[in-house]
Design a protein around this ligand. Structure first.
Ligand SMILES: Cc1cc2nc3c(=O)[nH]c(=O)nc-3n(C[C@H](O)[C@H](O)[C@H](O)COP(=O)(O)O)c2cc1C
Ligand code: SF4
Length: 417
């Protein structure tokens, strides 16, 4: 078990806290040194390694980086997205608190690759320890030999720590830009893209904390090493946030593509005594459901999407038989209805109506037309909002209707049956 678990990002050598000497004596500075030797080659290394965005989308990282590198602006920004506010996802806070140098070095290499001169460490204010650790670590980084060597070699980057507003929506990329500018995190319209006009109108790259933490290791150990870490076609590792009705919930860094059954029964030690698995909410509430028949699925973006589901942030919320799916989905949709920023009528009213309908059905007062309306909303609402909050809310409802329609029908009022 040991050789598979916590091989890189959560390896004890990466978990230095704010102790710079520990990082330096482990593997600190090696990735940046290689990057400085060939800055123009960094993006193709990231491409060949197959690094994907680990904030939920699985989007190839090098494409966004190239779009920023292609801009000729005098100022460019990198936002290191540490908002992490979705129930069930709790990996980035571990990286921020325990591996700050891994993140700072990864962000610095990213800046070098893309010609970025402003790095913003964007952290949820509810994660107070993460802030405190990052402040100390940043001070130590700026006083380090690795940093001063990079400055001598021409790197010029300003680092700042910015507290997000603490809302769930503040993690959405354009909302994060607004927050970094000191405003309320209202997501922006789809155009212009942040890669051309982000913070104060300058090109802006937004990457998740876990994505950036992989960067120094890829530069240190190379493309093939990173590819070989994954299972099958998948590259690298993934940090899964495992929670719910398992004996050992927690964060587990495992090869990307580890089977779901292994995560739950080997690392999570299986179900709570006397409980049997019913379903797994993948990627947290804004996502989809896997059921018992999917236990063999490999947890990578491609394999999970082939099961009509998605990996998302790697959050796996396990629920056991006896858990009411309608009630659980109603709770999740209440969360989205509360967190909707209200700019888009389809989102504000759509999440509200879904929440009302789910409440009626869950409490045995729902009619067949309530259920029909819920199904209709899943068809009408997607794409109706500026950002993906609305789509996330619909996804979990739609997935639950697909797998557990019988529970919805069973929950309808006696008159409706
Ligand atoms: C409502 C909402 C909340 C989000 N919250 C986060 C977050 O807390 N952290 C994060 O990295 N990405 C979050 N995202 C995804 C970001 O918009 C963006 O895709 C991500 O930061 C890009 O990083 P990556 O390419 O490294 O995955 C959120 C998206 C939405 C729609
Ligand atoms: S989709 Fe919802 S959360 Fe996103 S901008 Fe519109 S109202 Fe706000």
């Amino acid at each position: 078990m040991e050789e598979q678990l916590n091989q890189v990002l959560l390896h004890k050598k990466s978990r230095t806290g704010a102790d710079y000497t520990l990082w330096k004596n482990a593997w600190g500075g090696q990735g940046l040194k290689n990057a400085l030797a060939n800055p123009d080659g960094i993006i193709s290394i990231i491409n060949e390694a197959g690094l994907l965005g680990l904030g939920g989308s699985g989007f190839p990282t090098y494409i966004k980086w190239q779009a920023i590198a292609d801009q000729t602006s005098s100022e460019k920004y990198l936002i290191c997205n540490g908002n992490e506010d979705e129930p069930g996802t709790f990996k980035d806070r571990v990286l921020l608190e325990e591996t700050p140098f891994q993140l700072i070095e990864g962000a610095t290499i990213t800046a070098l690759a893309c010609g970025i001169n402003n790095i913003v460490l964007y952290i949820n204010p509810h994660l107070k320890t993460c802030h405190d650790v990052m402040e100390i670590a940043l001070e130590k980084w700026l006083a380090s030999d690795v940093y001063s060597n990079s400055v001598q070699q021409g790197l010029s980057v300003k680092y700042t720590i910015v507290a997000s507003s603490g809302h769930y929506i503040a993690g959405e990329e354009t909302a994060a830009i607004e927050a970094v500018e000191g405003k309320f995190p209202f997501p922006r319209g789809k155009e212009p893209r942040p890669t051309t006009s982000g913070v104060h109108g300058f090109p802006t790259l937004i990457n998740n904390i876990e994505t950036l933490c992989n960067v120094p290791h890829i530069l240190r150990k190379g493309v093939q090493w990173y590819r070989d870490l994954g299972i099958g076609e998948a590259s690298g590792t993934k940090i899964y946030s495992l929670s719910g009705d398992v004996l050992s919930p927690g964060v587990y860094e495992l090869p990307m593509g580890t089977p779901l059954t292994e995560l739950i029964y080997k690392y999570g030690q299986g179900m709570l005594v006397g409980k049997q698995l019913k379903a797994v909410f993948t990627g947290g509430p804004s996502n989809t459901i896997l059921t018992e028949k999917d236990l063999d699925v490999n947890l990578d973006f491609k394999s999970v999407s082939e099961r009509r589901s998605s990996l998302g942030t790697g959050a796996m919320i396990v629920v056991s038989r006896g858990t009411g799916i309608v009630k659980r989905v109603a709770q999740y949709v209440d969360f989205f209805a509360e967190e909707s920023c209200g700019q888009c009528p389809a989102c504000k009213t759509g999440t509200y109506y879904m929440s009302q309908l789910l409440g009626e059905i869950d409490t045995g007062k729902g009619s067949q037309s309530d259920l029909d309306n819920l199904v209709d909303l899943c068809r009408i609402l997607p794409g109706g909002g500026r950002c993906h909050l609305l789509d996330g809310a619909v996804k979990v409802v739609d997935s639950s209707l697909y797998h557990f329609l019988d529970e919805y029908e069973e929950a309808l009022s006696d008159d409706a049956k």
